[in-house]
Design a protein around this ligand. Structure first.
Ligand code: ADP
Ligand code: MG
Length: 286
């Protein structure tokens, strides 16, 4: 059984005037199907307004599809009786860490979720330690979150979700408020969680560089999935991506331009290291 199975999901926001008459309908998600297996690391890529957040909110029953169905561990998200199971299976991390951190001490903040779940005190503290260690924030456990950098705060927010032991975490543009250093910290932490701890990850972003570690990328535009594949398969389509407001990593872009000028560089270049190696090979330097 798949961990998450979204089948032909459509969602519309309805705009009404002050008398309640329908003024307009905005189809934010349009017949989207996605299957996620345990251990997957998938990325959802798309520019602003393409429907990523609306789709993500379907994965833990914050929104219900207008048409289609979302199953989490086999439970239909419309099934109120399993809301608790669904919310416990899929944890959400949002853009702004300041809105997610409530404790005045890091470890208390991380304990908040499991405390609310009624977990016994000893186990709570075991979970807090494990979660903080897994995002490399254990040494800050006694600090005030306010004193941390953006990347550190966001890692505390991730630890807070991990302490509830979800099988899957959905991160909705977790790096949008961060500087390049903070962005790297989050992507590294998320990649480690997936690779070392087997946590299933859905990473939503509009930064191309952030999806390189995903095993599958879905590209959204106007509520639809317009491309899907491995990062390498996706980044071959630099021109199509540009048309929908996305730029490929600069190494992939350069590789494409060099290829257009007749320099023999294979498809699927993602990183600067790969590009340099191929240029040297092509120029017979090494
Ligand atoms: P993304 O996360 O990719 O930026 P969203 O899912 O937030 O996209 O938005 C998709 C579309 O739905 C956009 O056109 C947006 O304006 C619209 N939208 C999002 N939230 C609401 C809302 N609460 N009410 C009305 N329209 C909304
Ligand atoms: Mg969004």
């Amino acid at each position: 059984m798949s961990l998450i199975n979204a089948e032909n999901v459509t969602f519309e926001y309805i705009r009404r005037d002050k008398d309640g008459a329908v003024e307009g309908i905005n189809r934010a998600v349009d017949e989207v199907s996605i299957t996620l297996e345990k251990g997957d690391f998938i990325a959802i890529l798309g520019h602003n307004g393409s429907g990523k957040s609306t789709l993500a909110k379907h994965f833990n029953a914050l929104l219900h599809p207008l048409e289609g169905t979302v199953y989490v561990n086999g439970y239909d998200t419309r099934d109120e009786g399993h809301l608790w199971d669904i919310r416990q299976t899929v944890g959400m991390v949002f853009q702004n860490p300041d809105n997610q951190i409530i404790g005045t001490v890091v470890e208390e903040d991380v304990a908040f979720g499991p405390e609310n779940m009624g977990i016994k005190s000893r186990e709570i503290w075991e979970r807090v330690v494990r979660s903080l260690k897994s995002v490399d924030m254990y040494e800050f456990r006694k600090d005030s979150p306010q004193r941390l950098s953006g990347g550190q705060k966001q890692r505390v927010a991730i630890a807070g979700v991990l302490a509830m032991q979800p099988q899957c975490i959905v991160l909705d543009e977790p790096t949008a408020m961060l500087d390049p250093q903070g962005r790297r910290e989050i992507i590294d932490a998320v990649t480690e969680l997936n690779r070392k701890e087997g946590i299933t990850v859905i990473l939503i972003t509009h930064y191309m560089e952030e999806v390189l570690n995903a095993n599958k990328v879905f590209v959204m535009d106007k509520g639809r999935i317009v491309m899907q594949g491995t990062p390498r398969q996706i980044f071959k389509h630099a021109d199509e991506l540009k048309e929908i407001g996305l730029t490929v990593p600069s190494a992939a872009l350069f590789a494409g331009e060099l290829r257009k000028r007749g320099i023999e560089i294979p498809d699927g270049i993602l990183t600067t290291e790969e590009l340099v190696k191929e240029i040297c090979r092509s120029l017979r330097i090494i």
